[in-house]
Design a protein around this ligand. Structure first.
Ligand SMILES: Cc1ncc(COP(=O)(O)O)c(C=O)c1O
Length: 214
């Protein structure tokens, strides 16, 4: 099925309350519960919301992923991914990353004991040489912002998986219509800068055969 057809099908979900074909925008922050201690699917919009759920499903569909998570900005998505690592972990990062990503790596994460090494990911020997016993992930951004450095996602993801590391790809510039990192072995992180699409910076998880997120 063509990507555009997938998106149309994923977003035109009939609203069970009204039969509306287009997904209604739910503005409520809080949702009524059946009883005091019996929680429904949604309780508070920060943790889940029917409109966002449809959009997350749509982007996961476009990526051929199992789950999609939407954030209010790309840096919120990237920060959330990076904050899944712990004190003492080490990350290998593309030498050519977006400025916001560079700053969180240089100025914020070291305060939490999360280390990194910047490497030119087009040099696989250099990537392999940078792997340490405490390395947990390789972070790709391709094409990169602003110099459009291109990384071979499949090659880097393969190397990552050989060493039991997670491969993460910031897919902002290509979008999942033109590049699908999950197909190439990498968890995908795609952001839409505000000038494009204000509320859809997204993070897609899951790589069926290569991560434990199945
Ligand atoms: C490659 C890349 N990653 C992340 C971001 C951050 O996205 P946001 O500005 O939505 O936080 C940008 C923004 O331009 C970007 O180009």
């Amino acid at each position: 099925m063509h990507d555009w057809t997938k998106i149309i099908k994923a977003t035109t979900v009939q609203d069970p309350a009204t039969g509306a074909v287009n997904t209604p925008i739910q503005l409520s922050s809080t949702f009524n519960q059946a009883s005091f201690d019996e929680f429904g699917k949604f309780d508070y919009s920060r943790s889940g919301n029917p409109t966002r759920e449809v959009a997350e499903h749509a982007v996961a569909t476009l990526e051929d992923g199992q789950f999609g998570y939407l954030f209010s900005t790309g840096m919120a998505a990237i920060s959330s991914v990076l904050m899944t690592f712990s004190q003492g972990d080490h990350l290998i990062i593309s030498k050519y990353v977006y400025g916001g990503t560079f700053r969180i790596l240089e100025e914020v994460l070291p305060r939490f004991g999360i280390e990194h090494t910047f490497v030119d990911l087009s040099d696989l020997d250099a990537v392999a040489a940078a792997i340490q016993p405490n390395t947990k992930a390789i972070y790709i951004e391709t094409p990169s912002n602003p110099i459009l450095a291109v990384t071979d996602i499949a090659a880097v993801a393969d190397l990552a998986h050989q060493h039991h590391l997670i491969a993460i790809a910031d897919n902002t510039f290509m979008s999942p219509v033109l590049q699908k990192p999950l197909h190439l072995g990498s968890i995908s992180l795609s952001t839409r800068p505000p000038s494009f699409w204000r509320v859809t910076p997204t993070l897609w998880q899951e790589r069926p055969s290569r991560t434990t997120k199945n």
